[in-house]
Design a protein around this ligand. Structure first.
Ligand code: GLU
Length: 504
């Protein structure tokens, strides 16, 4: 069997397949999980084919423009290693810069082209100027709503002659430009994930392509840019599938070749409803700030709609690129399951090199201790229980207290009396005190020595190790006593046992 993860060495001169893919977000807010998934699939597809991954900004809807959104989108992508080859970047100072031969890559800087294309469509009889006021359109929609008809433009301006519209435009009358779409028959668009998808033209509205403010709509701008930038594959969310007939119409009307389309499955909540604001609206930055690792996030997002092998969950970015296959992306919606993200993140934390784990988690201890070796041992003790790096602060807090109070816990095991509990704690204390540093640093030796003590005295494991563990942790649930002693070191462990003896 061929290895799906084999990626040729980049130094080998493998020719590119000429693939050019763009991720084209609108700067209307921070980058969300769905946006990261789209960007990642674009990037994986481009990498797989040794093609070019382009970042383009679609900012023609000025009313939804959010200051700082371009910067956030870029930074979030960069942190996740989804880095464009062409288009938009941030320079060292954090300013937006553009690189590539097919720019500008920000649509508001390409307005003249869209106007020329819109005029060309009007001249060719494939689009028309519409003078209907917002009030009239509202009235038409209301009538359609009341009579249960689909709410669409009624075509009032479709039959205006070009001369008449030109005169009204000249006279300064407010207007938009609409596509003159066929009213009958159907159109079939082929999609790399869904196969052939057919739409009846009667269901497709005469789309506005130029607005009254002189800006194009997304539909015109994206189509013209995809053509002008030699985009070979348009990879985007399923919500754009119904727009594809309009885009196909523009390509045909202007005599252009169509790129290939791939519409990615919707993201769903676990109950299969469309991804809720609560989860999906959390930005990539929020996830990173919460302590999810970029690698885990990329791994998680990649599996929303595709799995390279079906029986493995952990993949590196390079493996994903090597194995990426659009034909294997699912049509059905992908469930966004936060427990899976938690699991993946904890797996990454458990399996990464120890040094890296310590470097990542150390900052979350703050100034709680200046004993670096203690900090490291503590971080290793809780490693299995850390889901996100941010959890470290709360998980380590109980072990960083200088002195413990035991008012909320029971030191004695079940109904054991205070005297017998003291006796056990004192004996354990003596045994630990007598151990050399090496033995105190080793779980197996500690377990062996303390269990030998228990056997010598004829005590039970529970009635001895319970009070010892509660004495050390101050909690009824915690790692075992041997792990705790290793993390604390002798001095801190003895201090805690002394505190417990005072409290008994
Ligand atoms: N600007 C669109 C968005 O933000 C992109 C759609 C497309 O890729 O064609 O969703």
């Amino acid at each position: 069997m061929t290895n799906p993860f084999h990626m040729p060495d980049p130094r080998e001169t493998t020719p590119s397949d000429g693939v050019r893919v763009r991720y084209a977000p609108s700067p209307t807010g921070f980058l969300h999980i769905g946006g990261l998934r789209t960007a990642l699939y674009c990037e994986l597809f481009a990498r797989h084919h040794r093609g070019t991954f382009i970042l383009r900004i679609e900012d023609t809807d000025r009313s939804r423009y959010v200051e700082g959104a371009i910067e956030d989108i870029y930074r979030s992508l960069e942190t996740c290693g989804v880095i464009p080859d062409e288009g938009i970047w941030l320079d060292r100072k954090g300013s937006v810069v553009q690189r590539g031969d097919m720019g500008p890559y920000i649509q508001s800087e390409r307005l003249d082209r869209y106007r020329a294309y819109a005029d060309g469509l009007v001249q060719a009889g494939k689009a028309y100027v519409c003078f209907c006021s917002a009030e009239r359109l509202e009235k038409v929609r209301e009538e359609q709503r009341l009579s249960g008809r689909p709410m669409m433009y009624d075509g009032a301006c479709r039959s205006l002659t070009m001369e008449e519209s030109a005169k009204r435009v000249e006279a300064g009358e407010a207007h938009v430009t609409r596509l003159k779409l066929p009213k009958t028959g159907d159109v079939t668009v082929s999609d790399m994930i869904r196969g052939d998808v057919t739409f009846g033209w009667s269901t497709v509205d005469d789309q506005v392509i130029m607005k009254s403010d002189g800006f194009p709509t997304y539909h015109l701008a994206a189509t013209c840019d995809d053509h002008d930038m030699d985009i070979t594959h348009v990879i985007r969310g399923e919500e754009w599938l119904p727009s594809t007939p309009k885009h196909a119409f523009i390509y045909q009307a202007l005599g252009w070749d169509m790129p290939k389309f791939a519409h990615l499955p919707l993201l769903l909540n676990p109950d299969k409803s469309k991804l809720s604001k609560r989860q999906g609206d959390v930005s990539v930055k929020d996830y990173l700030d919460k302590g999810y690792l970029p690698d885990a996030l990329v791994n998680f997002v990649a599996l929303l709609g595709w799995n390279p092998t079906g029986d493995r969950e952990i993949y590196t970015h390079d493996e994903l690129a090597a194995a990426f296959d659009m034909a294997k992306v699912n049509k059905a919606g992908a469930v966004f399951n936060i427990e899976k993200l938690d699991w993946l993140n904890s797996q990454y934390l458990k399996t990464m090199p120890t040094e890296r784990y310590l470097t990542l988690t150390h900052p979350f201890l703050g100034n709680a201790t200046d004993d670096g070796r203690f900090a490291d041992r503590l971080l290793l003790m809780i490693r299995d229980r850390v889901v996100k790096t941010n959890d470290v602060t709360a998980l380590t807090a109980p072990y960083l207290k200088e002195h413990l109070e035991y008012s909320n816990v029971s030191l004695p095991w079940k109904s054991m009396d205070t005297q017998s509990t003291r006796e056990r704690l004192i004996a354990c204390r003596e045994r630990i005190e007598g151990l050399d540093d090496e033995s105190v640093g080793d779980v197996t030796t500690l377990e062996h020595d303390l269990k030998a003590l228990i056997a010598e005295r004829g005590w039970g494991n529970g009635d001895t190790l319970w009070p010892l563990r509660v004495a050390l942790s101050g909690m009824e649930k915690s790692p075992g006593p041997f792990e705790l002693i290793v993390a604390f070191g002798k001095e801190r462990a003895l201090r805690r046992i002394d505190d417990a003896l005072k409290a008994l």
